[in-house]
Design a protein around this ligand. Sequence first.
Ligand SMILES: Nc1nc2c(c(=O)[nH]1)N[C@H]1C(S)=C(S)[C@@H](COP(=O)(O)O)O[C@H]1N2
Ligand SMILES: [Mo]
Length: 503
Amino acid sequence: MRTRLIWAAYGVLATLAGLGLAHAVAALTDADTSPVLAVGSAVIDLTPTPMKEWAIRTFGSADKLVLVGSVLAGVLVLAGVAGLLARRRLQYGAGLLLVLVAIAATAVVTRPEASVANLVPSAVAAVGAVLALVWLAREQAGAPRNGAPKDGSRRGVLIAAGVIGAVALVGGVGGQLISKLRLRPEDVTLPDPADPATPLPRGLDQQVPGITPFRTDNDDFYRVDTRLDTPVVGTDDWTLTIDGDVQRTVTLSFDDLLAMPMIERDITLTCVSNSVGGPYVGGARWLGVRLTDVLERAGVGDRADQILSTDFDGMTISTPLALATDGRDAMICVGMNGEPLPREHGFPVRMVVPGLYGFISATKWLTRLTLTTYQAQDAYWTERGWATDAPIKISARIDTPRALAELEPGDVVIGGIAWAQERGGIAKVQVRVDGGAWTDATLGPDGGDDYWRQWFYRWTATSGSHRISARAVSGDGEPQTAARAEPFPDGASGLHELLVEVA
Ligand SMILES: Nc1nc2c(c(=O)[nH]1)N[C@H]1C(S)=C(S)[C@@H](COP(=O)(O)O)O[C@H]1N2
Ligand SMILES: [Mo]
């Protein structure tokens, strides 16, 4: 039994060394080619939509951590098995390690923009893991099976294990540090907007404790995408190509884009996978070029009905052409809250289209706009059954009190945020306690129709448990629907309701 455990540990140790080396090499060369991350990404792409929904619901923003953790755990179990096989015959163990790496390599090369160079980390993992296993097996063969160790032989095993463990650790930690360094923001000077936004009024942030800030800091802005890493895209070799059904294919450099007239707008971005009352919504001030200005450079033909945008890694998002060009402030963005886009949010260039959920409009790390038809080409989420036409639904969220809060009787401020982009903004938010009458809440300042609005309501709480509900009415006069819908396929609906306990 004890020898078995030792051999299993050898398998795990050898694999960790291979992975550590691969991680360091991946960090030095290119993003997302670390074998574990590649397998994780492949799992994301292959996971059926309902399971993805379940994972997001169950694990929230930790869903990716859980995924990477599970992949790693699975790999390590198999690595242990490889160690056990190596005890019988070294070739069997090494063979299983190579199979594991081959699976990872397949995940790497099937990424849309993969090149042979992306296989380097996997190759390093293969060589590293096999060499480590061979070394450990050699030393173990020299060691006695039972009884007192022969002089020096036990020491050989310990040295091998120590060196291999150190390689795993240095590779893993070093890789992490290198990626951190590479993630430092690039030094970019943004132009002033030709068409600036008016200063954002002061919100209710100080007045209503616990309410969502009127402006979301870049560091606090929700992040949703299919990636497990943070892409490092530089401005020097970045280009944006506009092609497909156009009069002429145009390619813009980063400087070309910065030379175009900039607009600045306050827009609230929302994710289709946000559940009622959920966190995937944020308000920021965006700086960029009008999408229509960019499209005009190429001259849009008359057959296209979708803009298929592609990111630097070949991931695609489709946007209805008619909606994106109907006069709304659709933007090709370079700035967020007065800074260049953070890498997590699409540096150097992303799209933002007010009123449409991010998955059909907000392409990060943008490199291509292809004018095409829904008939001819499917984007990433279209292939997975999500809607192609998904305007953001009118929503009110209660930020304070929190669900199941324990309150004192008396004055309680109920507060939150509501949004109705491209529907005239928020005209009214109403609150109801225990199914009673709907009463108007007080609205915070107006940041524009495409921006969310804070609200609050003073409630005199009485002892007992109470149900609080909120609903919004858009500036266009449309009330928020109470009909419940899950996020799939075109966004959640229903009223945000929560229970509180008053002592
Ligand atoms: N390249 C790329 N862009 C993307 C995504 C993605 O997975 N890849 N996700 C989209 C989705 S679903 C949303 S909601 C927004 C989120 O933008 P944020 O992470 O900056 O908040 O980005 C969109 N842009
Ligand atoms: Mo999204």
